[in-house]
Design a protein around this ligand. Structure first.
Ligand SMILES: Nc1nc2c(ncn2[C@@H]2O[C@H](COP(=O)(O)OP(=O)(O)OP(=O)(O)O)[C@@H](O)[C@H]2O)c(=O)[nH]1
Ligand SMILES: [Mg+2]
Length: 455
């Protein structure tokens, strides 16, 4: 049927499976054009497939019978998303019709694409660096404007450029160090030594600044795990409903109403807040289901980024939350039911607190501001650069930082420069891993361009 090498050309449904007005299918690889020629009929076909022009036509089966009327666009490589010849087909968005079109593409010689394979090819063909490839998924999964902006900055290559500039600096330093290895008889004069140390310190500082954005990056990508916790009847579910703006959880005057955890996402000033309502915590229940609920509450507290501790401030303080296991989470005390007279014992509780009424809505604006402040704390570096590294970048940056510190220590101790160079190379590799580019040629190029060997 087709003379294509199997496996070279991939095809997949790029829009969600299910029913919709239109579905988009993509084919990428050296055989894309041939696949299109085989399956597509159109009155203008005699003119071939003009690049980047949508053609209205028909996908036909092997016997020439119509499968669907579609729009087909041909993107010759390298000016395509993957860098390869690509065709995009917009067909009707039915489950059966998309399946038939896809089957026809396979019949014509394409194979089913694996997850992320189009973007992987874009990376392998140098259209994107690794951070940009990751940002594609960040854009798709962004839930708030702030998360989307951060993803777009990374997709534009901002993080990749920052990493490469750090790496370039490292290459230059390494080139100097290598020169001393090549000419060991020449001692490093104190000024040069001092300058090298300063450059290493500065570089470490820049790594630290990037590493400090990891927290914001995680909160933007995964959402802020915000746990509403407190004694039964404190009004946790009422506050959840109030914040969401609809009646998500059951509210009742009976303590122990919420048994299971309930999770909903809220956009709070651009931060995706994963609000988690929990079963109220109390000592004296014999109810097995309520106890199971409380175990879940504790598990949620242990994983929380932010704990909103809710108390009924019209009553005297009873037992407060024990937050020993959640030491890393930010914490805010909510003096709830502020529409009722406050019990005097709450007047001077230590720590941050906000008075709120879910019944009247009083204090909600203040609560929103305080939550945003708590989430943004430590986010200065993110605000300044708009960059937010993910867990993978963070691990590579940590490796680079350790290697740089080791290089500095080796340099200060006066042992052979070979050891310094070894650590610098490790740091360089770790940075290269972030963007997916590791190249020894870089060092050689820097050595020969900066040093005159005949001198
Ligand atoms: N006056 C007043 N009553 C409130 C307020 N918020 C909640 N309540 C009442 O407090 C009671 C308990 O509310 P819930 O939201 O179910 O409390 P909860 O903390 O989720 O309770 P459990 O799920 O049992 O742990 C209900 O009778 C609510 O109407 C408030 O702001 N002011
Ligand atoms: Mg509840």
């Amino acid at each position: 049927m087709s003379d294509l090498t199997p496996g070279d050309t991939i095809a997949a449904l790029s829009s969600p499976s299910g029913t919709g007005a239109v579905a988009l299918l993509r084919v990428s690889g050296p055989g894309a054009h041939a696949v299109a020629a085989l399956v597509f009929r159109c009155s203008r076909r005699a003119a071939g497939f003009p690049p980047r022009m949508a053609l209205l036509g028909t996908i036909t089966d092997g016997a020439g019978q119509r499968i669907d009327d579609v729009l087909l666009t041909y993107f010759p490589g390298p000016a395509s998303y993957t860098g390869e010849d690509t065709i995009e087909i917009s067909c009707h968005g039915g489950v059966l019709v998309t399946r038939r079109v896809l089957e026809r593409l396979f019949q014509a010689g394409a194979r089913a694409a694996g997850p992320g394979e189009f973007t992987q090819r874009a990376f392998l063909n140098g259209k994107l660096d690794l951070t940009q490839a990751e940002a594609v998924m960040d854009v798709i999964s962004a839930q708030t404007d702030r998360a989307l902006q951060a993803a777009h900055r990374q997709l534009d290559g901002a993080l990749g450029r920052t990493i490469l500039s750090l790496r370039d600096e490292l290459v230059t330093i390494l080139a100097h160090v290598e020169a001393y290895i090549d000419f060991p008889e020449e001692d490093i004069d104190p000024d040069t030594g001092q300058a090298l140390q300063e450059r290493l310190t500065d570089l470490t500082q820049r790594l630290n600044t990037l590493l400090a954005t990891a927290d914001q990056g995680r909160l933007l990508r995964e959402g802020v795990r915000t746990v509403l916790a407190g004694a039964p009847n404190a009004g946790k579910s009422s506050l959840l409903n109030r914040l969401l703006g609809f009646e998500r959880a059951i509210v009742s005057a009976q303590p122990g109403t919420t048994r299971d955890t309930i999770e909903e996402v809220l956009n709070l000033q651009g931060f995706p807040l994963r609000l988690i309502d929990t079963a109220g915590l109390r000592q004296d229940t014999a109810d097995m289901i309520e106890q199971a609920g409380m175990t879940r509450t504790q598990a949620q507290l242990n994983q929380a980024d932010l704990i909103l501790e809710i108390v009924d401030a019209s009553l005297p303080p009873a037992s407060r939350l024990s937050l020993a296991d959640s030491a890393t989470a930010r914490h805010l005390l909510i003096l709830h039911k502020s529409d009722l007279p406050q019990h005097p014992a709450w007047a001077d509780v230590p720590g941050q607190s906000v008075a709120v009424s879910s019944q009247t809505g009083a204090g909600l604006d203040q609560l929103t501001i305080r939550i945003a402040e708590l989430i943004s704390s430590g986010g200065n570096h993110f605000e300044q650069s708009g960059l937010a590294v993910n867990a993978r970048h963070s691990a590579c940056l940590e490796t680079a930082r350790h290697a740089l510190l080791a290089a500095q220590a080796a340099f200060a101790s006066g042992i052979s420069m070979e050891y310094v160079a070894l650590d610098l190379r490790l740091a360089m590799e770790a940075l290269g891993d972030i963007v997916g580019r590791v190249d020894v040629e870089d060092i050689l190029g820097a050595i020969f361009s900066q040093f005159c060997i005949g001198k």
